[in-house]
Write a protein that binds this ligand. Structure first.
Ligand SMILES: Cc1cc2nc3c(=O)[nH]c(=O)nc-3n(C[C@H](O)[C@H](O)[C@H](O)COP(=O)(O)OP(=O)(O)OC[C@H]3O[C@@H](n4cnc5c(N)ncnc54)[C@H](O)[C@@H]3O)c2cc1C
Length: 360
């Protein structure tokens, strides 16, 4: 197992000096983010990342997510880790209190999402997609959709997915063929989606799919795409789960890495059409989906700060070797690294930031 210990001092420095968290905490709605609370939140998140998620990384890689008799099973320990994640309130951190969120700044929740990704990317992809789905619904959902789905997705009791890609429609999203047919105030969805991250799993009872599809009379290309909310289980008026929707996991994609993350081929509507509800306006779906795509893009960016060194203790040994050498014998990149570690770079970074024109 490769251990992971979040670099809390560096994170705190980046949050305070580069992201301006103390100033953000003065903004209306961000008051809960006092310095003490930020410390406590970072330290507790570090424990979950270090003690629960990181040890499961190898397990996930070896065992992989599996499709058994049409049901996706995640690797040993992942479901329990997700329960601890959701019960710990981690999913709710940045969201609006009106829907059960904790209203903490996104800057803070982003640092914490970096910890989940660094500890165990196969696990972190589930919350990463759910965060985007929550942002999408907050921005574009109807009052009824928000009422029915948001609180459960904010708490992590249910998760959300993003369904754009089809065999003939990757970068060229406008080529998608999944169909949606009006049926009263709902729609019937039919088509195949591929590469759907956590398109099915055993973490939660329900999964809320955000699906791009095309109406029969839609114009061609991206101007004819609409967005639908399609739950794995339909939701009864009082909030309990109803019938299973017409969605089937056909297979799991084979990938070079992140084996724990079930990347699904999903068939919608093999048996008459999956029931879905329009989000936003007809033929304006791509605009709404961009809320989720942009969230995913930003948060996938955190994955560039992945694992610490390949061998435990390697960073310590490297740092000791650099420190033992006289400055004249240190490679330029080593000197830069050491300077940043010693804190010499901090005043310079802060100074440069203050000098920069425009908003902080
Ligand atoms: C691990 C993983 C998880 C994913 N999760 C999701 C998900 O949750 N939901 C979802 O909907 N999709 C998901 N995807 C799919 C992802 O969004 C697509 O892979 C992406 O949109 C690219 O499509 P494609 O793979 O078909 O590549 P293509 O579109 O076939 O592109 C292949 C290559 O050609 C280049 N290219 C394409 N068009 C042009 C052009 N016009 N000019 C020049 N170069 C071009 C591309 O840049 C790329 O390098 C996932 C993919 C992966 C690998």
């Amino acid at each position: 197992m490769i251990p992971y210990s979040p670099p809390l001092a560096d994170m705190r420095f980046a949050l305070d000096e580069l992201a301006g968290l103390p100033q953000i905490a003065l903004l209306p709605g961000c008051e809960p983010a006092s310095a003490d609370l930020v410390d406590a939140v970072l330290e507790e998140a570090a424990k979950l990342a270090r003690d629960v998620l990181a040890p499961l990384n190898d397990v996930g890689d070896r065992e992989r997510a599996r499709l058994e008799n049409g049901v996706v099973r995640t690797p040993s320990g992942f479901k329990e880790a997700y329960r601890r994640y959701a019960e710990g309130g981690w999913n709710a951190l940045p969201f609006e209190p009106a829907h059960g969120g904790q209203g903490l700044p996104v800057a803070l929740s982003t640092a914490i999402l970096e910890m989940w990704n660094s500890a165990n990317m196969g696990f972190a992809l589930c919350p990463l997609l759910n965060i985007g789905a929550v942002e999408l619904l907050q921005a574009h959902g109807s009052d009824e959709q928000k009422q029915t789905y948001l609180a459960k997705m904010v708490s992590g009791e249910w998760t959300g997915t993003m369904n754009l890609t089809e065999p003939q429609a990757g970068s060229d999203v406008g080529a998608l063929r999944t169909r949606a047919v009006r049926e009263g105030d709902q729609y019937r969805i039919a088509g195949q989606k591929i590469f759907i991250t956590y398109g099915d799993h055993d973490f939660t009872e329900n999964i809320v799919h955000m699906v791009l599809a095309r109406l029969p009379d839609a114009p061609p290309g991206t101007k004819g795409i609409s967005l639908f909310l399609v739950p794995k289980f339909l939701v009864n008026p009082e909030g309990s789960l109803g019938a299973r929707n017409d969605i089937r996991t056909v297979s799991l994609e084979h990938k070079l890495g992140i084996h724990a993350s079930p990347t699904c081929v999903l068939a919608f509507g093999d048996n008459g059409g999956a029931v879905g509800w329009l989000v936003g306006e007809e033929n304006r779906g791509i605009e709404c989906m961009f809320t989720m795509m942009n969230s995913a893009r930003l948060n996938v960016g955190l994955q560039t700060r992945l694992r610490p060194p390949a061998h435990p203790g390697q960073a310590d040994r490297r740092d000791r070797r650099i420190a033992d050498r006289p400055p004249s014998r240190r490679a330029p990149h080593a000197a830069r690294h050491e300077g940043a570690d010693r804190g010499d770079a901090r005043p310079r970074l802060c100074h440069r930031r203050r000098d920069r024109p425009g908003p902080p």
